[in-house]
Design a protein around this ligand. Structure first.
Ligand code: NDP
Length: 335
């Protein structure tokens, strides 16, 4: 059987990204595509990392040729892993998909059974990818805030990169948990969107993006950051005594030009968030929390759906910071 995928190849300096029709046996024979479960993918997503890979903007891909797509949701077609059987609905994020292992911007994928999470019944595959890697990472960040003991009445929570994938879902989760959320964004024209998701207040991200003093006026009980660089440094410098800052992203930059002052003088705790190699137990509890503890009706406002052929233009757009919320890819919508 044949299927269509977003196929990235590189020979010397010659990079190409295009839709390609592949045969099933290539899923078996390619060393970057091993696994005991074949999944018919319904939906994937465009994450920042997909943008980097598809636009060849940073060394995300480490095995060539590569099928792009760091996440996907679909139905098991066949499995030699006893945990899974044909017909099971599954979701997958990370584990090197689209980097070292053929990913899910594809109508089919061969995956390791131990990587798969059973899709909670309440979600369609489209909703699962509306959450996707970004929303899953947002949930890991929000759970860290809650598990570190920050209570809903403890003060304002800052979410940076708020109109992006991680930021939008973090605003929605935290506000539905009763926290007072301040959304920092460069897209002030998206203030209504962010308020609809639950933000109590909007902050111009320019107030956080330049170098600042090591200790600033204490404001935030906690911070969910996906931006890094000076934004993360300023967020730490403005966090109240004993507060929590989670760091998962680098939309402004990978640097962290900080002082230790917030950590040693205010006991601020910086918590790193990684979704890619996150252990299965934490994955399952984050997906369960998304199913039970989050108002999925908010996903409609967050989501734009595109077809498989639209991913190339969307990759450029996400790198330019021009995407609002999450972009879901219907992999069966072909040009
Ligand atoms: P998006 O592109 O959807 O969102 C990023 C947002 O950051 C933008 O929408 C914009 O929001 C803001 N932003 C962009 N450029 C700048 C800038 N120069 N300075 C300040 N803010 C900026 O990406 P995602 O939400 O999917 O991912 C966000 C980050 O998190 C990425 O770096 C990604 O690689 C990382 N990530 C990490 C994961 C992990 O496992 N650790 C998993 C998922 C993502 P606004 O316009 O509202 O300011």
């Amino acid at each position: 059987m044949s299927f269509t995928a977003v196929y990235l190849s590189k020979e010397g300096d010659n990079f190409s990204a295009a839709l390609k029709t592949l045969e099933d046996d290539e899923l078996e024979s390619n060393p970057a595509s091993g696994g005991d479960v074949v999944v018919r993918i319904d939906h994937s997503g465009i994450n920042y990392k997909d943008g980097l890979a598809i636009a060849n903007r940073s060394p995300v891909v480490r095995a060539w040729p590569m099928v792009a797509g760091v996440d996907g949701a679909g139905t098991v077609e066949s499995s030699s892993d006893p945990k899974w059987k044909a017909g099971d609905r599954v979701v997958i994020t990370g584990w090197g998909l689209g980097e070292t292992h053929w990913g899910c911007l594809s109508q089919r994928a061969r995956l390791k059974g131990e990587w798969l999470v059973a899709l909670p019944e309440s979600f369609s595959t489209a909703q699962a990818m509306s959450i996707g890697t970004a929303g899953f990472t947002a949930m890991l960040s929000c759970l860290a805030v809650r598990n570190e003991g920050v209570e809903s009445g403890s003060g304002e929570i800052l979410v940076t990169g708020a109109s992006g994938g991680v930021g939008s879902i973090a605003v929605a989760i935290l506000s539905s948990w009763g926290y007072t959320v301040v959304a920092a964004t460069g897209k002030l024209n998206e203030a209504d969107y962010l308020r609809e998701l639950g933000a109590a207040d909007i902050l111009d991200r320019a107030s956080l993006s330049a170098p600042g003093k090591p200790l600033q006026k204490e404001r935030w009980a906690a911070v969910v950051d996906s931006v890094g660089s000076h934004t993360l440094v300023n967020a730490c410098a403005q966090t109240r005594y004993g507060g929590i800052v989670t760091a998962c992203g680098l939309a402004q930059g990978m640097d962290f030009p900080a002082s230790v002052a917030p950590f040693i003088l205010r006991g601020v705790k910086l918590v790193g968030i990684d979704s890619v190699m996150c252990p299965m137990e934490r994955r399952e509890s984050a997906w369960n929390a998304l199913a039970t503890d989050f108002d999925a009706r908010k996903l409609a406002a967050v989501t734009t759906t595109i077809g498989l052929g639209d991913v190339f233009a969307t990759a450029e757009k996400i790198l330019a910071g021009g995407i609002r919320g999450r972009t879901v890819v219907d992999v069966n919508q072909l040009p």
